[in-house]
Ligand binder design. Sequence first.
Ligand code: DAH
Length: 353
Amino acid sequence: MTNMLADELNNIRQGALPAIAAADAASLEELRVSLMGKTGSVTQLLKSLGTMEAEARKAAGAEINQLKTEITECLAARRAVLDAAALEARLAAERLDVTQPPRPEPAGAIHPLSRTMEEIAAIFSAMGFAIKDGPDIESDWHNFSALNIPGHHPARAMMDTFYLTGGEVLRTHTSPVQIRTLLNEQPPIRIIVPGRTFRSDHDATHSPMFHQCEGLVVGEGITLGHLKGCLTDFLSAYFDVPSLPVRLRSSYFPFTEPSMEVDIGWNKKTGEIGGGTDWLEIGGSGMVHPNVLANCGIDPRQYQGFAFGVGLERLTMLKHGIADLRLFYESDVRWLRHYGFSPLAPATLHEGF
Ligand code: DAH
């Protein structure tokens, strides 16, 4: 090896190694290119080996490759240090504090009517009922005729509603879902139908849109005793009054025979449910009329059933002491906040409502 080459290798070594050890990410890459790139100084020296005599090439080759190895290792060591530092910096900058409490978000609330529907669903699910719904727009047949209310019947006048040009109506009660279910299913049937209903009424105690919950049980040997037991269990669970007085009072509905209003005991003065000696009507009920079963292809000599319908606004107002029906639909946030329920505490029967 010539002295010239030895000097040159030393120059490169003494310039490169300290520079690499102090380089940042960008200058490290520049250094690598200037030393080991296609036209880098170490690469040039390796190329020059081709012009040397065999003896000289052997000695020079060993020296140059030795330098190349040193530089390669030095570059890799520096890169590892820089990568580790970059990762540290990112971890520190992107730190996530999972113990921080959530920002106070404006919380939504469950509307009291929705809550009532959830509670009713929970009570009847526990009794083995399925939950059904049906369309708001009904045919005249489903809403009236199939329920044993013929065209001339005065019950139609009591359920004046909104009429669509095709002859359909906005359903006046949830009872048409009885028909839809009886047409599609075989007894035994046990369903409830919470949902929207419509009538052309509008004053302090009536809204053109309101809510009902229908109930229907059809099977062999179903009696009025089952009806009373079922309603008593439901109403005591809903109002959370263990021995709630429930009274069935003779009445008339075209789709039941016999028909009864359902009353609960309360104290008119204090509003206490289950106390006092007053009675309050909360819905209608009865044994499913044989004509209704027959209209749906079910043999009334083999199957019997009971049905009931309750007003959900009424049940909700009684339970929560809400005085005015109209506020249910005004979307007043203050009212909703006051009477609404936490979405994180859904209705379950686990410990009562
Ligand atoms: N559909 C009746 C109404 O809206 C309520 C009703 C009464 C429903 C008696 C029933 C029932 O299922 O048996 O006034």
